[in-house]
Design a protein around this ligand. Structure first.
Ligand SMILES: C[S@@+](CC[C@H](N)C(=O)[O-])C[C@H]1O[C@@H](n2cnc3c(N)ncnc32)[C@H](O)[C@@H]1O
Length: 193
């Protein structure tokens, strides 16, 4: 089930992975999460998609490779050094807007229910300001969080935040959720119409 041999990665992935390693950036999304993001992005033709936490653009590339030609992706990170890799490799794609900003500041400036899909891959919008990022999801839209299974890199105290996040999502009557032991551990929440 988790065999990736049939799945063609986005063409940009090889050079992104090379630059990611060169920078020593260890927080990139893994391929199984990428495949999931790609199919979810493909289900939103002309969709408006948000990624919180560009990193070096690994998940950005997977999302772009699922999107229709008229869909758009805004990706936000507060670290210009890592985001510069995404800009170099993916910056010519007119569907992508890279924003260098604090995630919470960015979220506070957005209109409610204005995105078809939100990939929350940074602390802001996931463990801080969760409500701000959930509010951006349109009816029928996805909110996706990953890195929910234990990771060696987790700082002390982080493990307790995961069940709190899942409980808050599960108890929100406006969303229905599925937690998945897929890749680094994923939850997909869909805003009910
Ligand atoms: C898990 S990594 C993102 C990985 C990326 N999505 C990928 O697939 O490779 C988390 C990112 O969040 C960014 N970040 C951390 N704090 C932030 C903040 N307050 N505002 C915006 N981005 C932040 C970090 O710079 C880092 O690049």
């Amino acid at each position: 089930m988790d065999d990736l041999s049939l799945i063609a990665p986005p063409p940009a992935l090889a050079s992104l992975a090379q630059e990611t390693e060169r920078l020593g950036f260890a927080m990139a999304s893994e391929p199984l999460v990428g495949t999931l993001l790609r199919v979810l992005a493909a289900s939103k033709p002309a969709g408006r998609i948000l990624e919180l936490g560009t990193g070096t653009g690994i998940a950005t590339a997977w999302i772009l490779s699922g999107m229709s030609s008229d869909a758009t992706l805004v990706s936000v990170d507060n670290d210009p050094k890592v985001q510069a890799v995404a800009a170099r490799v993916l910056g010519e794609d007119q569907r992508l807007q890279l924003v260098t900003a604090d995630g919470l500041d960015f979220l506070a400036r957005q209109s409610p229910q204005s995105f078809d899909m939100v990939f929350a891959d940074a602390m802001p919008g996931k463990y801080e300001g969760l409500r701000l990022s959930l509010d951006l999801v349109k009816p029928g839209g996805f909110w996706i969080g990953d890195d929910l299974l234990p990771q060696p890199s987790w700082p002390e105290g982080h493990a307790a935040k995961v069940p709190r996040l899942l409980t808050e999502l599960a108890n929100d009557p406006q969303f229905t959720i599925v937690p998945l032991a897929w890749g680094s551990g994923v939850v997909i929440a869909v805003r009910r119409a």
